[in-house]
Every structure is written in structure tokens, then in C-alpha cells.
Design a protein around this ligand. Structure first.
Ligand SMILES: *Cc1c(COP(=O)(O)O)cnc(C)c1O
Length: 391
């Protein structure tokens, strides 16, 4: 391997800032003592800003997948009908999980190049209500805000408006795992009932924390929901959290890291953090077009600001490009997932990131594409630099 640091340009886990790494290394403390309670109470309050909510945020020692499960088992009952939206690989995994848990899932089809379509959702929900009393209505709509397998952002505010327009009572469950703290998300204003998040993407932490932000309506649903739940049960966690504690051993050192990551976000300011991600995403798209390659996301309204998926012309293998970039430049790029395997690679430009890091990343990609024999024009990096200079 060449000297220097590894460049972790996958769309999560992301590069962990030195300040966060140092915070993680502090000694673990008694999680039933007063020092821990002060830490937890402070964090649980400050986390609300990241979700743009005044309601509670629940923190699990878990991957994002655990937080997905928590959102479902706390709000739904066996046999409930739910509408999931096919945006890509992660939406498909969440759908599969809902089925395994005993929910009846309808998958609104998508082409993996667009976000969830608010009009299609409205149409399906209207038909659902018109079906009358023969079937209970959909209990929830599941949407992935930023589909990490495709680099496509779903328009959550418009989806909320669609539910309201047709007056459908379904809960709105949104996965913001790869958008949280990178792209604007407003739990309260957009009427989201459960926002699912985790630590290792925009929050710049190692893997290991899962989050649920929950609305009043979701808390109400949890009172009568009958899917089995124990570890994921919001009730005991919210009770213990009131005094700054957890019903089991919390991931204390990750919480130290979270305190530092929140400080970084607060120092920069969330609007500036979002603008930085938008700007780096735009420069990356200029690079892709400059190479003469295609961006997977087909609708400019839905471009992701945390990653860009690049489609390669047949018969070029995206994993060969990734292999060369790793061997020669010690940089990891995201692989094509599910049906996109070998067809796309993904450039993560989220979390702890700046102009020079982006420029280096794009240089590595351009050199890797050339070395892999992909026919490209050599103007990509130049176009990206010009975009950064101009904005
Ligand atoms: C990364 C990711 C997940 C899965 O999170 P894990 O921590 O790997 O369980 C789910 N949804 C989206 C959109 C993601 O980006």
C-alpha cells in the first residue's frame, strides 16, 4: 500500500474526524452514575436539532438495520398492510425485513433511477381508501429518503403532501440513514412519524448507533402495536432516558464520539453543512459529465448530495475500476449493489470532507478509470475544480 492515510470514499461508513477519534478513546464510565446521566441528557436534547424535531430521539447500540426493525415493531401489528417504495437495494432490504416480521407489504415499483413518486403514492393510497372496508387500509408508508445504492433522493415533503391530499391515515416511516446531517431533513415539519438514522454516515462516527425520531402519532401507534418487541421497545428506553439512563448497557464511548460529532456540526452550522454537501455533489456531477459518463440518478430534482452513482458503458466492469483505485491509490469507492453489481460505482462525498479531499477523490477516480481502460474524456477533474472555484 502507498504511504499516507486510507481514503474511505464509500457512502458509509465515512471518514471519522480526528477530534471524534480522540473523544472515543476516553475511559468508559459507570453508566448508572451521575456523570453518565449528564452526558446522555445533553446528547438526547442536542440530537433533536439534527432530526429537526421537538420530540424524542431514541438511541440504540445497533446498526441502521436494527433501527429499521425498531421503527416497524414499535408501530405495527402482525398482518398489517404497508406500502413500501422500490427505490433501490436498501428499500428492497427494508421491504424484505417487513415481510419477515409478518407484515403484508406491497412494493410500489421503481426503476432504481428515480425516487419514490409522490403522485404514484397518492394514486395507490386513493385506490386503497376506495377499496372500502373489505381490507384494512395501509398502516404505514415506508420511504428511503436517500437511496444509497443509486444516489437518488426522494422528495419526502411532497410525499407527505400526497398523504395529506388524499387524507390517508398511514404512518410515514422514513429511512434517513445516508442523508441525516448531510442533506436537509425535517422530521416535524414534513410530518414524518418515524425517522430512522444511524451513526456511520453523515454523523461521521464509526458504526454502532441506530436512531429513531418518533412523532406523537407514532407513540400513539406504539400503545396498540402488537408485533413482538423487547430489545427494540421504545417504552422502557423512553422511561429510562427521562433520567439520562438506558435499560441496558449503553455504548458509552460511541456517545463520547457523538458529543464531539454534534459539536463539529454545531460549529459549522447545519445549513452550512447541507450547502457544503450540495456544492461537493455538484462538483462531482460536473466531473462525471466531464468524463463523458452517465449519472445513475435520472431526475435532477432528485440528485443526492451525499453520494454520486456513476454508470459505466457496457462491457466495462465497475468493480475493476474500484479494484484498481484501491490497489494504486488506497481509496475505497462504493460497489454496485443488487441489480447494479458491476454496472455502477459510487463516490461518497459526505461527512468529514472538504474541497481538497474532493479534488483528491476525483483525481483518483479519473486515474482509475483511465487505468481500467474505460473510454473517458480527460476534462472531469478540471470541470469539478472550476465548479468549486466558482461557488
Ligand atoms: C447504510 C444504509 C442502511 C444499512 O445500515 P446498516 O448500518 O448497514 O445496517 C440502510 N439504509 C440506507 C439508506 C443506508 O444507506
Amino acid at each position: 500500500m502507498p504511504g499516507g492515510r486510507h481514503h474511505l470514499q464509500i457512502p458509509g461508513p465515512t471518514n471519522v474526524p480526528d477530534r471524534v477519534l480522540r473523544a472515543l478513546a476516553a475511559p468508559t464510565i459507570d453508566h448508572r452514575g451521575p456523570e453518565f446521566a449528564a452526558l446522555a441528557l445533553d446528547l438526547l436534547e442536542r440530537l433533536k436539532t439534527v432530526f429537526a424535531t421537538r420530540g424524542p430521539v431514541i438511541v440504540y447500540p445497533s446498526s441502521g438495520t436494527g433501527a429499521w426493525e425498531a421503527a416497524l415493531v414499535n408501530t405495527l401489528s402482525p398482518g398489517d398492510r404497508v406500502l413500501a417504495c422500490e427505490t433501490g437495494h436498501f428499500a428492497t432490504l427494508w421491504r424484505d425485513m417487513a415481510e419477515k416480521l409478518g407484515l403484508r407489504v406491497e412494493f410500489l415499483p421503481g426503476d432504481w433511477r428515480h425516487g419514490a413518486d409522490p403522485d404514484a403514492i397518492a394514486e395507490r393510497l386513493t385506490a386503497d381508501l376506495a377499496a372500502g372496508s373489505s381490507e384494512p387500509a395501509f398502516a404505514a408508508v415506508m420511504v428511503v429518503h436517500n437511496e444509497t445504492s443509486t444516489g437518488v433522493r426522494s422528495r419526502v415533503a411532497e410525499i407527505r403532501a400526497a398523504l395529506d391530499r388524499v387524507r390517508h391515515p398511514a404512518l410515514l416511516l422514513v429511512d434517513t440513514i445516508s442523508s441525516l446531517a448531510s442533506m436537509d431533513h425535517r422530521h416535524d415539519e414534513w410530518g414524518v412519524d418515524v425517522t430512522v438514522g444511524c451513526s456511520q454516515k453523515g454523523l461521521m462516527l464509526p458504526p454502532g448507533l441506530g436512531f429513531n425520531a418518533v412523532s406523537e402519532k407514532a407513540l400513539e401507534a406504539a400503545r396498540s402495536a402488537r408485533l413482538p418487541r423487547s430489545y427494540w421497545d421504545w417504552g422502557p428506553i423512553l422511561n429510562a432516558n427521562r433520567d439520562g439512563y438506558f435499560p441496558y448497557t449503553p455504548p458509552t464511548n460511541l456517545l463520547y464520539g457523538l458529543r464531539e460529532a454534534l459539536a463539529l456540526l454545531e460549529e459549522e452550522g447545519l445549513p452550512a453543512v447541507f450547502a457544503r454537501h450540495d456544492r461537493h455533489a455538484e462538483a462531482t456531477r460536473r466531473a462525471v459529465r466531464g468524463w463523458g459518463l452517465e449519472i445513475l440518478c435520472a431526475d435532477p430534482r432528485e440528485y443526492s448530495s451525499s453520494l454520486t452513482a456513476v454508470l459505466l458503458p457496457e462491457p466495462h466492469d465497475a468493480d475493476k475500476v474500484r479494484r484498481i483505485v484501491l490497489e494504486r491509490f488506497d481509496m475505497s469507492l462504493g460497489t454496485g449493489l443488487g441489480r447494479l453489481a458491476g454496472r455502477v460505482f459510487r463516490i461518497g462525498h459526505l461527512g468529514h470532507f472538504d474541497d481538497i479531499s474532493l479534488a483528491g477523490t476525483l483525481c483518483g477516480v479519473e486515474m482509475g478509470l483511465a487505468a481500467a481502460g474505460v473510454p473517458i474524456e480527460r476534462g472531469g477533474v478540471q470541470a469539478a475544480l472550476a465548479s468549486l472555484e466558482a461557488s
